[in-house]
Design a protein around this ligand. Structure first.
Ligand code: MG
Length: 280
């Protein structure tokens, strides 16, 4: 299933995306739907089809209940380009996962705006990532069961203010500004893909291909991450984990290719779709 959150006549609605139409589902929010799915099978009844162009898509989970858990430097090629840009900030000696968090007060919808925060931000950058959404309470997950804890997958752009990110040492502020988390266009349920998902992932800026890889190239796999985190942390249904970005972000180029107002960023993952945003 491809699930979406959308606005119709000013009302927020959860629904099923079927080609160029959506059908409403009887849940107050995507988080409510995910929590229901954790305890019982979702009812299959959906309402009347509505043409997609008669509604406005929102991010699948517009207001995550908790900060997004993020993986840093989780593709080999990106680790290399980041270290070339700033060795002190990005060199990673041991192959252990880098975890950080990203506050998302409101995720940016498909076709939404990334604010450039001109008075605050220098070196605005993009990062296409596969985001996983946890489907049931996860603690002490066994490797062979990791896939069972995943509700679904979406595309997330981990927008980053590189100067804030590095000068404050901790990445939290530079990753968490308003409008720094485009998400969507839909949430694809886990049963649609083999586990672990091996999907082409790419990003374009103004039509120029910048990032191109495959989610099979993660350094720390989804299973590694779920097993490791849940040894010490309980992950609740609706938790979002952004699994890291491949090479080709703006800071990876010489000279760097940072974002500027007017730029259009398109983040695409095979089987999920394209998440398009404009910088303003
Ligand atoms: Mg990232």
């Amino acid at each position: 299933m491809k699930l979406v959150t959308y606005l119709q006549n000013g009302k927020e609605q959860v629904g099923l995306l079927e080609g160029e139409t959506v059908r409403p589902l009887p849940y107050d929010s995507m988080n409510a739907l995910i929590e229901t799915a954790a305890v019982k099978k979702l009812p299959s009844q959906a309402g009347e089809s509505v043409p997609l162009d008669a509604v406005r898509l929102l991010a699948p989970i517009p207001r995550p209940r908790q900060d997004v858990v993020c993986l840093g430097m989780n593709y080999h090629d990106h680790l290399k380009e980041a270290a070339q840009y700033d060795a002190a900030a990005f060199t990673k000696e041991k192959p252990v996962a880098v975890y950080f968090s990203k506050r998302v007060t409101e995720a940016v919808p498909p076709e939404g705006i990334i604010p450039s925060h001109r008075d605050l931000v220098r070196r605005l950058d993009y990062e296409v990532e596969l985001a996983i959404v946890i489907g049931k309470t996860a603690k002490d997950v066994k490797p062979e069961e990791a896939g069972d804890y995943i509700f679904g997958y979406t595309v997330l752009n981990d927008v980053s203010a590189r100067l804030l990110q590095t000068e404050h040492k901790q990445w939290y502020f530079g990753k968490s500004l308003d409008g720094f988390t485009p998400m969507g266009p839909c949430l694809v349920t886990a049963d649609e893909f083999a586990y672990p998902p091996v999907l082409d992932i790419s990003a374009k800026v103004n039509g120029e291909l910048r990032q191109s890889s495959n989610t099979g190239n993660l350094i720390n796999s989804i299973t590694d991450v779920l097993v490791e985190l849940t040894r010490g942390m309980t992950l609740l249904p609706g938790t979002i984990i952004a699994t890291g970005t491949p090479a080709g972000v703006g800071m990876g180029f010489d000279p760097p290719k940072f974002l500027k107002p007017g730029d259009v960023v398109e983040c695409t993952i095979q089987g999920i779709g394209t998440l398009r945003s404009r910088v303003e």
